[in-house]
Ligand binder design. Structure first.
Ligand code: ZN
Ligand code: FE
Length: 207
């Protein structure tokens, strides 16, 4: 069983608190205070990063200092730009959060070191800034071909997979999507739902 708590950080970032069998992990620690609030006094066991951008690892050093026993996991390809890290990850690696198992996918495009954490049981993917709801991340470092391949892999995940992305960009991406497909009723229905959630200050994630 994998429990996920969405933690809004900064302007439009999301960090995630994962819990399985009382083991706690944070994905993309953006900001310390909201993560500590979500922990409610409990200790972190794992800190996971999807890529090196500051809005995803800004609180990593502070959290590691506060929870020295927590294992920090990040992509081997980002070894020169994420610290401190206890375990470097490459494509195909498995990680365990309690009884929840995730496979590490190397999905370059937004950056050249970007990874995703794919939980097959529990059907959840933490994909940072590669795939957003109705959009994708900017190509800061990778090539369009790399991004396309990464998105194609994510697209092939089972349809019930919950997508936990790095930012709340749903309405902006949705407005663009609607301009491309103005007659897409499914999209219009979804965007209406998303607008209601955002008007209440609630995340549209996961889709
Ligand atoms: Zn980023
Ligand atoms: Fe970001």
């Amino acid at each position: 069983m994998l429990n996920v708590k969405v933690i809004p950080c900064l302007t439009d970032n999301y960090s995630y608190l994962l819990e399985s069998d009382s083991v706690l992990a944070v994905v993309d620690p953006s900001e310390e205070a909201p993560i500590l609030a979500a922990l409610e006094g409990r200790k972190l066991d794992f800190i996971l990063a999807t890529h090196h951008h500051h809005d995803h690892i800004g609180a990593l050093p502070a959290l590691k200092a506060r929870f020295p026993q927590a294992q920090v996991l990040a992509a081997q390809a980002d070894a020169h730009r994420i610290a401190p890290v206890d375990r470097w990850l490459v494509e195909g690696d498995q990680i365990k959060i309690g009884s929840a198992v995730a496979e590490v996918w190397f999905i370059p495009g937004h950056t050249t070191g970007h990874i995703a954490y794919v939980f097959k049981q529990g059907a959840a993917v933490f994909c940072g800034d590669t795939l957003f709801t109705l959009g994708c991340g900017r190509l800061f470092e990778g090539t369009p071909a790399q991004m396309w391949q990464s998105l194609a892999r994510l697209r092939a995940l089972p349809a019930d997979t919950r997508v936990f992305c790095g930012h709340e960009y749903t309405l902006e991406s949705g407005a663009y999507a609607a301009s491309i497909e103005p007659t897409n009723l499914y999209l219009q229905k979804y965007l209406q739902k998303a607008k209601v959630l955002r008007a209440q200050g609630l995340p549209t994630i996961p889709l």
